[in-house]
Every structure is written in structure tokens, then in C-alpha cells.
Ligand binder design. Structure first.
Ligand code: FES
Length: 235
């Protein structure tokens, strides 16, 4: 008996603990608790929707679409603003400033440059040599037109028709960009009577053609024209 009572007692204890779980589902208390849970869940859901967070149980299709629309519109709006911010500086940079435009061309009065003389001027912040060749120098330059040269060119190809005595070149050595001597009075003119670059020993002739040394090409002739017999426009 004692054994059966103990057994029965031990069997009743789990039954009492388990009973509330099983019976509770059928009781009003549990039902009430379930309603509260649902209500609480419902409240949470509505709160989430009210805060703008979509929830499938509330408005799965509409809420999602509206959210995507908002994201797309926001992305396009920011892209548009970003594009404008990037494009404006680019356009600003592409338009040349007034001082650059002013340097695009220069006019030089050459009336004071006597035959046999040369001057240095500047154009676009680069040195420019303007040389008034003596008739003998023109003849000498033409006589050497067909000499072997690293960068063959005739005097006529480097001057304007009717103005073969005026040699206009950049004063920039085509080797590494030094400024050759020979334009100013008393400067070394090199072995060919034109210009000499002491940096590495390049010699240019009376037409500014490279004749000796490491420079690969002739002194560059910029675009220029005669506005009158005594005024040259460079650029
Ligand atoms: S820069 Fe003129 S010879 Fe080198």
C-alpha cells in the first residue's frame, strides 16, 4: 500500500504540474491570456506600420510597393542632385578663364628689330624668338635646305611667303625644354649661327633647324600672321 501510495503520489505530482498546461488551454484564464498576446501582437504590428515599417500581416502588397516607390524616388532625387553638383564644376572648369583667353594670341611690333637682330618675347607663358634675318642669312639658310638634318625642313616651310626674313620660333629646346641662347645680343649662337642650347649641346641653324646635338626636332614654329608690315600676331 505504502508503495502504491508513494507511486500514486509521485504520479499525481507530475499530473498537477502538467494539468495547468493542458487544462489551461481550455480555461478562460488561458483564453484571456491568448487574447492579450494577440492584442499585444496586434498592437506591435500596428505600431510598426504606423512607424512606416511594412508588415506582411497588415498590408503585404501595398506597404511593400509604397516603400519601394519611396526608395526609388529618393534614389533618383539624390542622383539628380549629385549629377548637378558634379556637372557644374566640370562645366566651370571647361570654360577658359579671361586671363587664358587674353594669352591665346599676342601682337608684337617688330618695327624696331633691325636686320640681323632678334628679340625674345612670350606667348602663352612660353619664350618666343623673333629674328629678322639679313639677306645673306636668308641665302645661307636656303643654301642648306637640302643638307642632311634630323628634322628636314626648308626655310620657306618655316616662314611666311614674302616674309622669309622673319623667323618666328618658340624659344624652347626640343630636347628637354631648356631655353637656347642666340636671340639676345652677344649670346652664343652655336656652330650653325642660329641658336645654341647649352644644357646638352644642341645646335640650331639660322632657320631654327636642329643640326647637331640630342634635340630630336627643329624649334617649333607657332601659328602666326602679319597684321601689317610691322605687326605680327602670334596665336
Ligand atoms: S634641353 Fe636642350 S639640349 Fe637638352
Amino acid at each position: 500500500m505504502a508503495t502504491s501510495k508513494k507511486t500514486g503520489g509521485s504520479a499525481k505530482k507530475p499530473a498537477k504540474k502538467a494539468a495547468p498546461k493542458k487544462s489551461a488551454a481550455k480555461t478562460g484564464v488561458k483564453t484571456t491570456a491568448t487574447d492579450e498576446s494577440v492584442a499585444a501582437a496586434d498592437t506591435t504590428t500596428h505600431s510598426a506600420v504606423a512607424a512606416g515599417v511594412p508588415h506582411e500581416s497588415v498590408d503585404p502588397a501595398g506597404g511593400e510597393v509604397r516603400r519601394r516607390d519611396f526608395i526609388n524616388i529618393a534614389a533618383v532625387s539624390f542622383a539628380g542632385v549629385g549629377g548637378a553638383v558634379v556637372v557644374l564644376p566640370l562645366i566651370s572648369q571647361m570654360s577658359a578663364s579671361a586671363d587664358v583667353m587674353a594669352l591665346a594670341s599676342v601682337e608684337v611690333d617688330v618695327s624696331a628689330i633691325m636686320p640681323g637682330q632678334a628679340i625674345k618675347t612670350t606667348w602663352r607663358k612660353q619664350p618666343v624668338f623673333i629674328r629678322n634675318l639679313l639677306p645673306a642669312e636668308v641665302a645661307q639658310a636656303k643654301a642648306s635646305d637640302k643638307d642632311p638634318m634630323p628634322d628636314p625642313q626648308t626655310l620657306d616651310e618655316r616662314t611666311l611667303p614674302g616674309h622669309e626674313n622673319w623667323l618666328v620660333t618658340l624659344g624652347v629646346c626640343t630636347h628637354l625644354g631648356c631655353v637656347p641662347t642666340g636671340a639676345a645680343q652677344g649670346e652664343v649662337k652655336g656652330d650653325y649661327g642660329g641658336y645654341f642650347c647649352p644644357c646638352h649641346g644642341s645646335h640650331y641653324d639660322l632657320a631654327g633647324r636642329i643640326r647637331k646635338g640630342p634635340a630630336p626636332s627643329n624649334l617649333e614654329v607657332p601659328k602666326y600672321s602679319f597684321l601689317s608690315d610691322t605687326v605680327i600676331q602670334i596665336g
